[in-house]
Design a protein around this ligand. Sequence first.
Ligand code: SF4
Length: 164
Amino acid sequence: MCKCSRTTRSSCPNNPVARKPADPKLKAAFDEMRAIYAELEQRPLQRDCQLRGQCCHFRLTGRTPFLTLGEALFAAQGVRASGRKAIKPHPGGACPLLGKNERCTIYAHRPFGCRTHFCQAAGGMYPRKHIADLIQRLETLDEKLGGDGSRELEAAVADALEDW
Ligand code: SF4
């Protein structure tokens, strides 16, 4: 449902996200997301992720990533690229994007939090001071797209899929 509560988000004329992906505003949003993730990869923060997948088991960790709208749209693009039109809750309370093989099904499109939060065995979460500027860019993009700020992963991605 759209923020105006009169219609679905996808059909609301006030909702910029309802526009087609060819919309220049959405294209610019995807360009910015790619640029943010590319910039993050250039940061010299050593971590030793062994792809254990533990951080994707939200029920076990008690932590769930929150996504800005740009992240959610980019993740939704990854879901679509994998041939799905919707996501289903994980039966074990893990991320709905975790595959049966314990690997992320949208790895190249995974959200910012999945790129900056690591388990203790891998070296722990990135210090905020090293990524504060990138978080600011995510928030600026969220505002430009008419987002409501960060939202829990499953709801954010499900809505992004519905709104396309
Ligand atoms: S999006 Fe991918 S990396 Fe992030 S929690 Fe879900 S399965 Fe794990």
